[in-house]
Design a protein around this ligand. Sequence first.
Ligand code: NDP
Length: 244
Amino acid sequence: MTGKTIIITGASSGIGEATAARFANEGANVVLAARRMDRLEELKNRIDGGAGSVAIKKTDVTSREQVQELAEFTIKEFGQIDVLFNNAGLMPLSLMKNTKVDEWDKMVDVNIKGVLNGLAAVLPHMLERNSGHILTTSSVAGHEINPGSAVYSGTKFAVRIIMEGLGKEVAESNVRTTSISPGAVQTELTETITDEEILFNMKKRGGSMTPLNSDDIAEAVFYAVNQPENVDVNEIIVRPANQG
Ligand code: NDP
């Protein structure tokens, strides 16, 4: 990965954080993007010092301007963007009857529009260079639906299909596209859930499954990116062996 530059959104915790550590360890230049700067600074201090450099940029992915600035910052610092990992996301699961409309809005804004903002910010640059790789974190919930995940699953189906469409459109270029669909991963993701019925049901079910670690997903991201330029890994599903 030496000489390659990757932008990671949602780098301040969980899957993004683990992926940043993995790519820094492989010698890539890594640009960490999220809103919590204290977390990004701590991560940079921890993983910097390899063959590549680590930079941080405060970014709210719901702001098209901020995501554009993130891309411009990266090109200024490192000359090019080789990989965008569109990973920032929220999962405030709830039952539709409880009409948590603000949470629905947030999921649409971060999980879908945030991904589109990322695509828009890097695609012209990658097409011009005829090189690049865009990865987006979808989910097993972007393949199947359960009570409480209607809107979250909707956002994850959406980004998976958007990535598929993008892949078809850029097929004649060397730009590569990948959807990563994790099953349950032990992260802070469930902390945004406020629906009491969902929390109760999760507690009741708890213990029946051993979730993955963020490193397991970082490994999948690395696998997709580390293929030869002519190999385009379009979709990866990784779930705990005992997840139903
Ligand atoms: P975390 O909660 O640990 O990480 C979420 C990340 O998203 C944080 O870094 C957070 O940073 C960032 N984020 C949230 N809102 C914004 C925003 N508006 N702008 C920029 N960054 C934002 O959860 P995970 O690591 O688990 O989640 C990463 C991705 O993986 C998500 O897309 C999630 O849907 C997906 N996923 C997770 C699974 C799991 O079981 N954990 C399973 C399947 C998919 P900050 O708050 O600092 O901005």
